[in-house]
Design a protein around this ligand. Structure first.
Ligand SMILES: *[C@@H]1O[C@H](CO)[C@@H](O)[C@H](O)[C@H]1NC(C)=O
Length: 387
């Protein structure tokens, strides 16, 4: 046997002899239907290949030493900027009291219109026009070890000195430096104002809190106190009614919704305390064709209560209310789990091609079986008729 003959024995695709081929109408219909079905299936295969699926994944967050940006925009309509302070504290011991950088304070009129947005400086008159040798009294508020060397030339100096020794300062009535700077009068003029605080705080990514409270704050080794004097004695009733326009952690992403945005809380009481307990969950978004974005989502529970006012026996000068101080407190906790939202193509190009071959081959095979069946049935009918 010549070699070519030997190979023909393996031919799986036996060919029909041309003469024996017949075309039928039924065959044509089956072919057209088969082609339409193939096209439809390939289109669906293609859209399946183009489809992007989101694969969320939960992992333990192992990043260390990161910082967390807190973006906030909160309006307090019934408390002037001058007696509102923002303090940030965390468990690592880092404390930013009276935060000023990265945060804009906006003074608002009673109707909510903007008065000014610059950094407030009530004591701008400074020591202008003062005798160079002048050394103002600090009214006894001199830290141990600095007796006799300390001068308080401006109202702000006196206030600082009071703050350092932990005394309540009040509105500066009877303090020579403040009277000269007209401080009590200016404070009175501001009594009806509101305050908007907006900006970004950068904190360590550990458990911590930030709070808005009245009066200047000062910290002794194991306490954190606020000078509530002006807040509590002011003729105009100040409250911690607040509107949270925005609070978020980290950069903006369109799918992250912030549950506190748009929160409005109103109270008529001076001694009212709002607490927000926030759980921050790190979230990473990985999109096809863009850089990954690391941000955070959060959930929140809140609590509000009226507090009993009264003097603190241990600090008789500080008017530190028993059972907490009025204000708006945010405690944040960092979740140990991190969510990764990864976008992926649901199929590779290879499996798309495999799909196309399977569709074409499969449909044609089924069509030929049907065509064969129709042909055989037709023949059988014709034979019967002939008989
Ligand atoms: C804070 O929110 C208010 C109200 O949505 C808006 O008018 C204002 O521009 C915001 N401030 C900043 C600094 O984004």
């Amino acid at each position: 046997m010549p070699p070519r003959r030997r190979l023909t024995a393996f031919d799986a695709f036996t060919k029909t002899v041309e003469d024996a081929r017949v075309r039928t109408t039924a065959g044509g219909v089956v072919t057209i239907v088969a082609v339409v079905i193939i096209i439809l299936l390939i289109v669906s295969e293609w859209s399946d290949y183009r489809r992007i699926v989101n694969r969320p994944e939960l992992i333990v967050d192992k990043t260390r030493g990161e910082r967390l940006n807190i973006n906030l925009n909160i309006t307090f309509p019934t408390i002037p900027c001058e007696i509102l302070t923002l303090d940030v504290m965390d468990v690592s011991g880092e404390q930013q009291t009276e935060v000023t950088h990265g945060i804009i304070k906006t003074r608002l009129n009673e109707d909510g219109s903007v008065i000014s947005t610059e950094q407030l400086d009530l004591h701008s008159t400074g020591d202008k026009g003062l005798d160079p040798g002048y050394c103002g009294p600090c009214y006894g508020a001199v830290p141990v070890g600095e007796e006799g060397t300390r001068c308080c030339n401006t109202c702000e100096d006196v206030r600082r000195a009071y703050q350092e020794v932990g005394w309540a300062f009040g509105d500066g009535h009877g303090v020579e430096q403040c009277e000269r700077e007209n401080y009590p009068k200016r404070l009175q003029e501001m009594a009806h104002e509101g305050c908007n605080i907006a900006g970004t705080l950068s904190v360590n990514k550990v458990v911590g809190n930030f709070h808005f409270a009245p009066g200047k704050s000062y910290s002794s080794p194991n306490t954190h106190l606020h000078d509530l004097n002006i807040y509590e004695t002011s003729a105009v009733r100040h409250t911690f009614t607040h509107h949270i326009h925005h609070l978020s952690f980290g950069p903006h992403h369109h799918t992250v919704s912030n549950p506190l945005d748009g929160t409005v809380k109103e109270t008529d009481e001076r001694n009212f305390n709002y607490m927000y307990f926030v759980k921050v969950v790190s979230t990473r978004f990985e999109r096809i064709g863009t850089l990954p974005l690391d941000t955070n989502q959060y959930s929140v529970t809140s609590h509000e209560r009226a507090i009993r006012g009264g003097r603190d026996e241990d600090h008789p000068n500080t008017m530190h209310a028993r059972g907490g101080i009025p204000g708006v407190f945010f405690s944040y906790d960092i979740s140990p789990m991190k969510v990764i939202n990864r976008e992926e193509r649901s199929k590779s190009f290879g499996s798309f091609l495999i799909g196309v071959c399977a569709v074409a081959g499969g449909v044609l095979a089924v069509a030929s079986v049907i065509d064969r069946g129709v042909w055989e049935a037709d023949k059988a009918l014709n034979r019967k008729k002939a008989v």
